[in-house]
Design a protein around this ligand. Structure first.
Ligand SMILES: [Ca+2]
Ligand SMILES: [Ca+2]
Ligand SMILES: [Ca+2]
Length: 267
């Protein structure tokens, strides 16, 4: 009997039964979104059947507006209106609104495939042009609130790590963090990254995340037209051992232990 070799084979089998993880991106330059539609799903993971990520816009959607640049698509729309400091400019999912008060919000929810049984981690994304203006007929204050992810079991809200830029600021903590625009930012060109806000859920395994977009109290009660852009969404499926193969692996391990026990009895 060559038990060490036998065990080596068993452990090699266990190792290969474990799926590997691969970082994925919902890249707005690689997908389409019919202007004005409120929910779309995308297949960005060839290793998992069907669509892997769904983006849904809800809330006070009657306040959604067209973008400012030709062909003036009704938002939500995929456009190059926001550079976020990037050259060349990339697509973002742009959201333009005209709220009638500071309580109205647009809610963005991103759901990952239920086939990711162990969820996804390393989820991060950047929102461009979170800014403020109170001049020339523009009186608004971009504000992100209720920025949370949902745990795999669907019972626990998870707080993000948020990185702001020179023209917005972070207040609150944990699940009640709020990002508020503090100065006007150009949509493209030099300085367009000054309104960037990067949101990350780090090593937490999640099944979805959400945030709201509203207007803060730094201006008039009825804000004017304002807009932001949601850039690419990065995520990594959490590896899992396929349950069926896991059962097979357990049987192999048990068989190996029996062989070892019998060998010891013969000594
Ligand atoms: Ca897929
Ligand atoms: Ca803005
Ligand atoms: Ca208004």
């Amino acid at each position: 009997m060559f038990l060490p070799r036998r065990f080596a084979a068993i452990f090699f089998s266990l190792a290969t039964l474990t799926a590997t993880s691969q970082a994925l991106t919902l890249d707005w330059d690689g997908v389409t979104w019919t202007a004005g539609s409120l929910s779309n799903s995308y297949d960005v993971d060839g290793a998992t059947p069907g669509n892997d990520v769904a983006v849904t816009v809800s809330g006070n959607t009657a306040q959604l507006q067209p973008q400012l640049v030709s062909p003036y698509p009704q938002t939500p729309a995929v456009t190059t209106d926001f550079a976020g400091g990037l050259t060349p400019v990339q697509n973002t999912l742009s959201l333009a609104v005209n709220f009638t008060n500071q309580a109205q919000v647009i809610t963005v929810t991103v759901d990952f495939s239920a086939l990711y049984a162990a969820g996804v981690d390393n989820v991060s994304f950047t929102i461009f042009d979170v800014d403020f203006d109170n001049s020339g007929g523009s009186t608004y204050q971009d504000q992100l609130r209720s920025i949370t992810a949902l745990s795999i079991d669907g019972t626990t809200l998870i707080a993000p790590t948020i990185t702001t830029s020179s023209s917005n600021t972070l207040t609150g903590s944990g699940l009640t963090q709020v990002v508020t625009g503090t100065a006007s930012v150009v949509d493209t060109g030099a300085g367009s990254g000054d309104g960037n806000v990067t949101i990350s859920f780090g090593t937490n395994a999640i099944k979805s995340f959400t945030f709201t977009y509203g207007s803060g109290s730094g201006t008039v009660a009825d804000p004017t037209y304002e807009h932001i852009g949601l850039h690419d969404i990065l995520f990594t499926p959490v590896p899992e051992i396929n349950p069926a193969w896991s059962a097979v692996a357990s049987c192999l391990l048990a068989a190996g232990l029996v062989l070892l026990h019998r060998a010891n009895l013969r000594k």
